[in-house]
Design a protein around this ligand. Structure first.
Ligand SMILES: Cc1cc2nc3c(=O)[nH]c(=O)nc-3n(C[C@H](O)[C@H](O)[C@H](O)COP(=O)(O)OP(=O)(O)OC[C@H]3O[C@@H](n4cnc5c(N)ncnc54)[C@H](O)[C@@H]3O)c2cc1C
Ligand code: SF4
Length: 312
């Protein structure tokens, strides 16, 4: 039995006060509940954000959109402004989890989910630096087929599992955080798992105005078609006349912006050969292990295909 307190916040102020006292936020609960069950967290108190009025999609003065942090993934993917204005995000959400989970899951909860590394999710007592710092990283010599190949840390090689985060990175979205120090906005980028400070809550995700005439495509490769986490995913934004924006998922500790490949492609037509060479340059920095070496070529091929489909 794990005793903990629970309170439902009726306002953002109430939620922030609870978070400042150390309460763990819970929104859809599709991550937090398994964490409680598996002993990954043992909070003294939970603060339930699910009834906060933070689930709207609104137009911003610069023409972009503000997506409420507690908006459910299914509602976002079906929202007319998202479908028409941010089809890349709608595609990424459609590829994430199952319909039942998308109906429970919130946008912020999805971005702040933890790795699916089997050691992290195993019971207490299994070594894992992320769960118990200093206990080691058995994935390096053990099960690492789904682990990261880019941006590796010394102590942990886990990949971030969110699909929407990959689309949001390519769209240059920002997380809006409220906390004891006020409000701040940070890009949806590689350090997603560490971006929220103590006592902070995500209130929204801001999207800039869409680039005129941009072609977009999200693709995901997984072991199981029904629903599964990405082995590799990619999001491609090809603005008319502007530099491409490319992001990968399943390969790094967060969504991975392909800055090297983007630089190689800037000012040139994104022909399949050029995209392949640009992605090979991007993946030159990869440090795969034996069982996840396949991700290198898979990432190259997936982006080539996504660009082709975006332009088709
Ligand atoms: C079987 C299964 C398959 C899945 N497959 C996929 C997949 O293919 N792709 C994918 O992207 N995801 C997948 N998921 C993950 C799923 O999308 C996440 O579980 C879900 O999005 C988490 O959202 P939630 O609202 O339930 O989060 P919660 O469980 O409520 O919270 C998750 C984390 O976010 C924090 N949090 C939540 N809201 C806020 C806030 N506003 N401010 C600060 N912190 C906050 C919580 O404290 C917690 O740390 C899968 C999940 C399951 C169970
Ligand atoms: S990769 Fe990270 S989460 Fe997985 S065992 Fe190593 S330290 Fe733990």
């Amino acid at each position: 039995v794990l005793p903990f307190g629970w309170r439902r916040a009726a306002s953002l102020e109430e939620a922030l006060a609870a978070a400042a006292e150390g309460a763990l936020p819970v929104a859809g609960g599709t991550e937090v509940v398994p964490w409680l069950r598996d002993g990954i967290v043992a909070p003294g108190e939970l603060v339930d954000l699910s009834r906060l009025p933070l689930d709207a999609v609104t137009r911003r003065s610069d023409g972009g959109l503000a997506l409420g942090a507690t908006a459910r993934l299914a509602d976002l993917a079906a929202h007319p402004q998202v479908r028409a204005g941010v089809p890349l995000l709608a595609q990424a959400i459609a590829a994430a989890a199952s319909p039942a989970i998308r109906h429970m899951s919130t946008l912020a909860g999805n971005l702040l989910q933890r790795t699916r590394c089997p050691y992290f999710r195993a019971g207490p007592g299994v070594p894992c630096n992320l769960r118990a710092p200093g206990t080691g990283c058995p994935a390096r010599t053990g099960l690492h087929r789904t682990a990261a190949i880019l941006g590796l840390r010394d102590d942990c090689i886990a990949a971030h599992p969110s699909d929407p985060a990959v689309a949001l990175a390519a769209l240059e979205a920002a997380l809006v955080l409220a906390g004891p120090g006020g409000t701040r906005a940070v890009p949806v980028a590689e350090d997603l798992a560490e971006v929220v400070g103590a006592g902070e809550l995500v209130t929204a995700v801001h999207l800039p105005a869409p680039a005129a005439g941009a072609r977009v495509r999200f693709l995901k490769v997984r072991d199981r078609a029904a629903f599964d986490f990405a082995l590799v995913s990619c999001a491609v934004v090809l603005p008319a006349g502007g530099p491409p924006r490319l992001a990968l998922g399943g390969v790094a500790p967060g969504p991975w912006r392909c800055r090297t490949a983007e630089g190689e492609l800037a000012g040139r037509d994104a022909t399949p050969d050029r995209v392949r060479r640009a992605m090979q340059a991007e993946l030159a920095a990869a440090a795969p292990l034996e069982a996840n070496r396949f991700k290198v070529e898979l990432a190259v091929r997936l982006v080539v295909r996504a660009v082709r489909e975006a332009l088709a």
